[in-house]
Design a protein around this ligand. Structure first.
Ligand code: NAD
Ligand code: UD1
Length: 353
């Protein structure tokens, strides 16, 4: 029996594939590589020394998705595949709704047709919108602020309806906070297209010399130093959360939303100094206007994940920064070109302090 991993070539998916393989699971990966590279699949194999089947398929392709279930004995699905750029979703709402929502409908239909009813879904802290207080528990009011967030909310609702219609389904809605870091090997990590939207990849690209300076989005929030506070979580801790969720859904039925975060909040400036400390590289920054739709503080209460699945994040901020930096240093151009010596114009500034 195998676990089907949609979006398994992506950032969180690739780390989860490694954890699954190392725990002895058989996996099948499905990805259309619209935001990832086949090289990440090769790296998963290199890290684990294990082989698995990968399908280059779009989730919107009903027949091919169905065929994956016909050709393999799948007993659970971890569904990462989706588009995730908030800004882009505002300009391309139809594309986001179609890809994320229709893609999930096609997947669930294929699961239903093939009598597979165990599903772990990648939701997001974004479903809490602008939270009124922190830390956030799963029963907080939901309300997304952009099309991307609404795709996550809609999918959560669809999956709840699916469970109501058939109580044999078992579904975990994992609401991730801010994943950063990378696998210790430095072989897999986050590889954003173009200029990164998120803080950590932006910082590492400044450190590697690809970007000039960090823009800090606002310093007048009511937080410890005025900059935004987030709950950063190591991607390997997050990946392990998926294994715990698999244990839970394969031993019971139901649908549960679970926060995956550390419960600790760090400001933008604290992240800059934590990164500078481990990398010994100064990160120049300037303060610019706040980003529309940004919350001042967003932190998880993940007690429910501990209570229901025995999961707890273990890695601290230093390790997150160290691992993000190792990945970026070893792969300044992400998966495309990976030997730093081929790019002498990049200034990897080591030992400035
Ligand atoms: P990612 O872009 O690295 O991975 C997503 C993968 O899905 C990519 O490999 C992409 O090619 C694939 N994909 C997208 N649409 C597809 C389709 N129609 N058919 C087949 N494959 C498709 O993103 P990630 O950071 O690994 O995120 C994984 C999931 O977690 C996403 O659903 C995302 O919305 C969610 N999430 C991510 C974060 C984050 O900060 N990274 C936070 C909360 C939630
Ligand atoms: C963003 C998304 C959110 C998504 C999450 C994880 C938006 C509005 N929200 O959230 O939907 O779930 O990523 O993928 O895009 N910052 C800077 N300069 C930068 C980048 C970020 O100062 O160049 C600040 C932000 O204002 C924020 C913090 O750093 O305070 C973290 O930002 P980011 O990594 O983008 O994550 P989120 O804002 O939590």
């Amino acid at each position: 029996m195998a676990v089907l991993v949609t979006g398994g070539a992506g950032y969180i998916g690739s780390h989860t594939c490694v954890e699954l393989l190392e725990a002895g699971y058989e996996i099948v990966v499905l990805d259309n590589f619209n935001n990832s590279k086949p090289e990440s699949v090769e790296r998963i194999k290199k890290i684990t020394g294990k082989e698995f089947q990968t399908y280059c398929i779009d989730l919107l392709d009903k027949e091919k998705v169905n065929q994956v279930f016909q050709e393999n004995e799948i007993d659970a699905v971890i569904h990462f595949a989706g588009l995730k750029a908030v800004g882009e979703s505002v300009f391309l709402p139809l594309h986001y709704y179609h890809n994320n929502v229709t893609g999930t409908l096609v997947l669930c239909e294929a699961m239903k047709n093939n009598n597979v009813k165990n599903l772990v879904f990648s939701s997001s802290a974004t479903v809490y919108g602008l939270p009124e207080q922190c830390p956030i528990t799963e029963d907080f009011r939901l309300g997304a602020l952009n099309p991307y967030g609404r795709t996550k909310l809609m999918i959560e609702e669809i999956l709840k309806d699916l469970y109501v219609s058939d109580n044999e389904w078992s579904i975990a809605l994992l609401r991730y906070f801010n994943p950063i870091g990378a696998h210790k090997s430095g072989l897999i990590g986050e590889d954003p297209n173009g200029v990164p939207n998120n803080l950590m990849p932006y910082i590492t690209q400044v450190a590697v010399g690809k970007l000039h300076e960090l823009n800090v989005f606002g310093n007048q929030y009511s937080t410890k130093d005025g900059t935004g506070v987030r709950d950063y979580i190591h991607v390997v801790d997050l990946a392990k959360g998926h294994l715990k969720a698999l244990d839970m859904i394969t031993s019971s039925t139901g649908i549960e939303a679970l926060n995956l975060g550390t419960g600790k909040g760090y400001s933008v400036l604290e992240m800059v100094s934590a990164f500078e400390k481990v990398s010994k590289i100064r990160i120049p920054y300037k303060v610019v206007a706040p980003r529309p739709g940004d919350a001042a503080v967003c932190c998880a209460n993940s007690d429910k994940a501990f209570r229901m699945m025995g999961w707890k994040a273990e890695k601290g901020i230093e390790e997150m920064c160290e691992d993000s930096w190792r990945w970026q240093k070893m792969n300044p151009y992400g998966y495309e070109m990976n030997n730093v010596l081929d790019h002498p114009h990049l200034s990897i500034k080591v030992g400035i302090f």
